[in-house]
Design a binder for this molecule. Structure first.
Ligand SMILES: *[C@@H]1O[C@H](CO)[C@@H](O)[C@H](O)[C@H]1NC(C)=O
Length: 243
């Protein structure tokens, strides 16, 4: 009877030992760094203090690190451990996160941005060992931020009152990106109507080495647009929303 008992007990415990795999397979990662000055200038200034840049914010700060598919879509809100952001798990690095990954919207909690990013993107990255825990995810995003000196590269073109084009940005970042294709987005200043450089998006392999971003986002069509990368004035007008 022994084998039968063993068999039965295996069956009865089977459901409890099943667990879903965390994250999902994906193709590459996109690291987005924002220019908070532009983000706040594009915000709705009819709402006072809707966007504020905390004092310790670097000129370029973190938006997120996102698992992506080659076809342009991306997974979101995956099975993860935890499924939803838990502040306790990142206490050891929170002080630094507050500075380099700030929430610019005072009406929301500081943690709300991290929660949004982790729940939507971080959970999906857990299929990779490097990002298997919440703490690992946030730690690696900061490592990427530290390793890729976008602020240093961009300091050769701005802040400036002089309009800049895609070629200027490509030249400024050539050293930082090793010539890999990247993307950038502009935001419109609510008051002056100027286009401001709002973010820069770099693409990474799963081992965090740089790679070309897919697509044709950096072709010459961007050159027609006048982009400005303006001087940071901390007391400048407020502004919009990014997700
Ligand atoms: C893109 O690729 C992923 C993974 O291969 C797939 O699950 C998804 O359905 C594709 N999406 C589109 C819009 O083709």
């Amino acid at each position: 009877m022994k084998p039968l008992i063993l068999l039965l007990s295996l069956f009865s415990t089977f459901p409890t030992i099943i667990h879903c795999r965390n994250g999902v397979p994906f193709d590459y990662l996109m690291f987005t760094t924002i220019y908070p000055t532009a983000v706040c200038r594009a915000d709705d200034d009819s709402v006072p203090e809707s966007c504020e840049i905390p004092d310790a914010t670097p000129q370029w700060s973190i938006h997120g690190l996102w698992p992506n598919y080659e076809n342009g879509s991306y997974p979101q809100n995956c099975h993860g451990t935890p499924k939803h952001f838990e502040e306790d798990l990142i206490k050891s690095i929170e002080e630094r996160l507050v500075s380099v990954w700030p929430n610019l919207y005072p009406k929301k909690t500081i943690q709300s941005f991290w929660k949004h990013e982790y729940d939507k993107h971080g959970t999906c990255a857990q299929s990779e060992k490097l990002f298997e825990s919440e703490l690992a995810y946030f730690t690696e995003v900061m490592n990427v931020f530290d390793a890729i000196d976008v602020a240093g590269g961009m300091s050769s073109v701005g802040p400036s009152e002089k309009p800049i084009g895609a070629k200027d940005i490509q030249n400024a970042l050539a050293g930082v990106t090793g010539g890999k294709k990247f993307e950038f987005n502009c935001l419109r200043d609510k008051k002056t109507k100027q286009f401001l450089l709002g973010d820069i998006r770099l693409c990474l392999n799963k081992d965090l080495t740089l790679r070309d971003c897919p697509g044709h986002h950096n072709d010459d069509s961007h050159l027609n647009r006048v982009n400005r990368f303006e001087r940071s004035t901390r007391k400048g007008p407020p502004l919009p929303s990014f997700q």
